[in-house]
Design a protein around this ligand. Structure first.
Ligand code: HEM
Length: 415
């Protein structure tokens, strides 16, 4: 994609892998949203001739709710439909399925991850966050990503499911390996395949052990609820149980890291609003919603066209691939006033960071709570905050908004 200052020239096809896009995705979103909001661009999958990109809030929301856009690629069978060429079987992952299979599976998983379970986890969230902050040296600089943002979701997600904290860092490394094929271009395909399938096998093994343990010794955790609620819905088998428990860990981990990392950067860059937060003028709940809108941890979701349809005057054919750009929708000036500004007390902030419709995020309330608890405690315990060093750099995987590092200075206050 050449320079984006194109005046009246025809827009080039969007290429998410181009350095121009990666240098500033929001600028690209603004230009395409204004000039060609329904756009046939270059696909990340080289086997496809191209794919659709939707940038406007209204189109993205409608797309998320449209049953003609699905997760299962239309065709004779579900075999080999994974978006990743090295992927292990994931045909029973909730996130890749459409109704009717999706419906019963989602009811079961949703019923297991209740608000009560999430709320009951609050004291442990606070303990984990305080322990991490307590392990910081008395003053910075510290890398927020490796020392906090990557550690907290590992220990909390593993804990929510029912693992002991000592498994958490091992789990985080596996989670990173599982996602690696989509961004680690410095590995050979064979190395990627090995890394991915080893991490998958190891996590599945840990989860099967946990299932066996919880069947004999139930505890107030998500795994126990998954085991003991499944019969109410349909006889899901153990493979589906393990597979979807793994989905919780994997889908939830990276985005939760991004919410903490991106949110902390946004706070460091807006000290006046941080002071309002500390003074109790801002409510943490709405503030977290604004952090989710402003730097959405997951930038896009994908769908297959199941039936021919028209969007914005363009014809979508059955079998086409569609990307719904949440990050662009969440900065659409037709929906949000001054969308490029962080306003932690923004009202009517109905952002799409957790998606919408059938596949709306099941972990949303858990990560909302985690972020509110974490930022509250960080702001309580750390003073004299400032970023240090060169501007933080972003990872090149366009699907996520993820920082490589975030060095910052602080002084640790007395507990
Ligand atoms: C800031 C953190 C998170 C963000 C931004 C996020 C975002 C999303 C989005 C946008 C979707 C919809 C995907 C689609 O429409 O194709 C989704 C689905 C999902 N999320 Fe999250 N998520 C987060 C954390 C979590 C956590 C912590 C968990 C688990 C505890 C989780 C579990 C799920 C599951 C199971 C689905 C699939 C739902 C379905 O297909 O019906 N997420 N998430």
């Amino acid at each position: 994609m050449p320079d984006l200052e194109l005046g009246s020239f025809k827009l080039p096809r969007l290429n998410l892998a181009s350095p121009q896009f990666q240098a500033n995705p929001y600028r690209a979103y603004d230009i395409y949203r204004a000039r060609e909001p329904v756009h046939w661009g270059i696909s990340q999958n080289p086997d496809l001739p191209g794919c659709w990109y939707l940038f406007r809030y209204s189109d993205v929301l409608a797309g998320l709710k449209d049953p003609r856009l699905g997760r299962e690629r239309p065709g004779p069978s579900l075999a080999n439909q994974s978006p990743d060429p090295f992927a292990v079987p994931n045909n029973d992952w909730l996130i890749y399925r459409d109704p009717p299979y999706h419906t019963g599976l989602r009811d079961w998983l949703k019923n297991a991850l209740t608000q009560q379970l999430v709320e009951a986890f609050r004291p442990r969230l606070e303990d984990y966050a305080l322990n991490l902050i307590g392990s910081f040296p008395p003053a910075g600089p510290v890398d927020f990503i490796s020392q906090f943002a990557e550690k907290l979701p590992a220990v909390t997600l593993a804990g929510l499911l029912g693992f002991e904290p000592d498994k958490a860092s091992f789990f985080a490394r596996c989670a990173i390996y599982m996602l690696a094929p989509s961004w680690q271009i410095n590995r050979s395909p064979f190395e990627q395949e090995l890394a991915y399938s080893r991490a998958y096998a190891t996590l599945s093994h840990l989860l099967r052990d946990l299932v066996a343990e919880r069947k004999s010794v139930p505890r107030p955790d998500l795994m126990t609820r998954l085991i003991f609620t499944q019969q109410q819905f349909r006889a899901f088998d153990e493979a589906e149980l393990v597979s979807n428990a793994l989905l919780f860990l994997i889908t939830g981990y990276h985005v939760a890291v991004n919410l903490l990392g991106n949110g902390w950067l946004a706070l460091l860059e807006h000290p006046a609003q941080v002071e309002q937060w500390r003074a109790g003028i801002l409510r943490p709940g709405p503030a977290v919603e604004e952090l989710l809108r402003y730097e959405s941890p997951l930038q896009m979701v994908d769908r297959w066209v199941l039936q021919d349809l028209e969007i914005g005057g363009k014809n979508f054919r059955r079998g086409d691939r569609v990307y719904l750009i949440l990050g662009a929708a969440n900065r659409d000036p037709a929906r949000f006033q001054q969308p490029g500004n962080l306003e932690l007390d923004r009202e009517k902030n109905i952002h799409l960071a957790f998606g919408a419709g059938l596949h709306t995020c099941l972990g949303a309330n858990f990560v909302r709570l985690q972020a509110a608890v974490a930022f509250n405690l960080l702001l309580e315990r750390l003073g004299n905050l400032e970023t240090v060093g060169p501007p933080p750099s972003w990872q090149t995987n366009p699907n996520f908004r993820a920082l490589n590092h975030l060095l910052f200075n602080y002084t640790l206050k007395e507990a």
